[in-house]
Write a new protein. Sequence first.
Length: 203
Amino acid sequence: MKSQIKSKQVEYSIIRSENLKTTRWTGGTSTELFIFPTDSEYQKRNFSFRLSTAKVEIEKSEFTSLPGISRKLMVLDGGIFINHEKHHSNQLNKFDVDAFEGDWKTTSIGKCIDFNLMTQGKTKGVISALVFEKNQVADYIAKAACDWLFIYVNKGIASINQGIKTETLKKGDLMVFNKPGNTKLMLIGMEVCELVISKITSQ
């Protein structure tokens, strides 16, 4: 279940890995991390944005056509060569990001685990990765212009302190901030860990 926490600074929730749903597709598996509005459905394409991970288990994949949807893909493990016909192609290794439109004819070669951000309309987003050594500490400040902030643990265990309460996130967990403002977070690697940061803005 989601745990809801209110502080003097900002409200957030934590979605634990064991509560996420993984489905199988022809080339592997996919796990939806978050979709907004929360009552929207991927199959109906009626979302503003969606975060997910996927495991690609076949050597060559053809991406589903998603007209009107902008995509950002980050490789979390492995590597792929991604080709967008009549647009561009890229070799993507760990933490590399590629941006493309859903109606492009896209194929990839190689096996990987990836992180996906899909947005529609005026909604925009960026994704980036942070790697922490054991006991490494760093401050992170969310920007006021950001409507949503997500912290996903790809590897290891991380401690996240907002000044009032400290939360511990393990591999596969997602921390969700709505209207984070200029909230300052202290991020601590309880062991070697990898975080994916997603920032979403609805204009």
